[in-house]
Design a binder for this molecule. Structure first.
Ligand SMILES: [Zn+2]
Length: 410
């Protein structure tokens, strides 16, 4: 038999193996085969738990130096691919304009749409690549990227293809989400229903090109109505694509109930989520993706109902919502911190939110825990205890990142 296993020893594992607790394993080790974890546990148990024939196949060993090791981090909600940036708008808001004022005045998303359409493929890729590298330096190994700044077939295709290229050229996993229902483009001014018809019509071609893993919409007063959102979801369902929703960020539109009817992978934002929406999500197994970066940046005061979600047993994830308008955040660790300080998550909930539950929000059950059979994405941290991941801010304790069994220094 060939020697094809790798032993990673001298690690303090944060396995998240059960439904509760960190699943800490002192003096731990991981045995990986290719991109997969073959075994995880205390090194002293290796002989008893792993057959000799398998142990004989260990080709390489790495000493992790006693580092704390967690699953690789998942950023399950980003708008990473776009042209330009919106620091000027940030400045205007500090002179008193609101997010809605700016959107209604034709700024906001539309200015990024213009910059995205004007950017070359290589320029779009280069800026997104830099941002992805920044996230990876903090242990991010799986990244969701939404379209939604092209808003025309050709440009939505370019944005999704740019996201795919990131996944091909970097060691991380990229999941793409079609979010043409992000805003009404200038060509469809005053005709949102015609635009919804158009974007539903683009979906089969983009899906056939392998560019779409999920479909999302912005259901909001300044976005799309529940009726329009339903049509987008029906187009997705016709192709067997899972859906997600930007729901109840600025007002309660009943978006979560609608999304739950379609078995949505996640509802995201949820500051104005009602008890009805919460129960529908619970029944549908929909993940609540909380986005403290946007809450913070927009200086929102309406908190998402974290205690009720916890009580109902709705899985909670955290993400950067990286976008140029409302969350120019490039630190998933900062989101852990803010998830605790602003939303009152526990540090363990915050870590689950960027690992196992973040993966679930993308429909991925093959990662997020350090147990046999899971993907070998993991991070070595210069920390004593996993609660420090949420405690420090402005510090990057990431020492090494392993993507699918392959080591890469941070
Ligand atoms: Zn978003």
């Amino acid at each position: 038999m060939s020697a094809d296993l790798v032993l990673w020893r001298n690690a303090r594992l944060v396995t998240l193996a059960g439904e509760r607790d960190w699943g800490l394993v002192e003096a731990g080790a991981l045995l990986t085969r290719g991109a997969q974890i073959e075994w995880a546990g205390a090194l002293v148990d290796l002989h008893a738990e792993v057959p000799a024939a398998l142990r004989a196949r260990v080709a390489a060993e790495h000493d992790l130096g006693g580092a704390l090791v967690t699953p690789g981090l998942v950023d399950c909600h980003t708008h990473l691919v776009y042209g330009g940036q919106r620091a000027r708008e940030f400045e205007l808001r500090l002179h008193g304009a609101s997010y809605e004022d700016i959107a209604r005045a034709g700024g906001g998303i539309r200015s990024t749409v213009a910059a995205t359409r004007a950017a070359s493929d290589d320029a779009l890729f280069a800026s997104a690549h830099q941002r992805a590298l920044t996230l990876m330096r903090e242990g991010m190994t799986t990244l969701e990227v939404k379209s939604g700044y092209g808003l025309a077939l050709e440009h939505e295709r370019r944005c999704l293809a740019t996201a795919r290229r990131l996944g091909n050229e970097l060691p991380l996993t990229v999941r793409t989400t079609y979010l043409a229902a992000h805003a009404v483009p200038p060509e469809f001014d005053g005709r949102p229903d015609d635009y919804v018809d158009a974007l539903c019509g683009w979906l089969p071609a983009l899906n056939a090109e392998g560019l779409v893993d999920a479909v999302d919409a912005f259901c909001e007063r300044i976005g799309f109505t529940p009726g329009q959102t339903r049509r987008v979801f029906e187009a997705a369902r016709a192709l067997g694509l899972p859906v997600k929703l930007h729901a109840e960020q600025l007002s309660d539109q009943g978006g979560a109930e609608l999304a739950a009817q379609f078995g949505a992978l996640s509802c995201d934002h949820l500051e104005h989520l009602s008890p009805l929406g919460e129960h529908a999500m619970r029944a549908a197994g929909t993940v609540a993706v909380l986005l403290p970066g946007a809450f913070y940046f927009l200086r929102d005061t309406q908190l998402p109902p974290v205690a009720a979600l916890r009580q109902a047993g709705v899985p909670m994830a955290l993400a950067t919502d990286h976008n140029p308008g409302s969350s120019p955040a490039l630190s998933l660790l900062l989101m852990l911190h803010m998830g605790c300080t602003l939303f009152r998550l526990t540090p363990e909930e915050a870590l689950r939110g960027v690992t196992v539950n973040g993966a679930l929000a993308l429909g991925l059950t093959d990662r997020g825990r350090l147990v046999a059979g899971q993907r070998a994405d993991f991070v070595a941290w210069e920390l004593e205890h996993p609660n420090e991941l949420a405690y420090w801010f402005g510090r990057n304790p990431c020492a090494r990142v392993v993507f699918g069994g392959a080591l890469r220094d941070a």
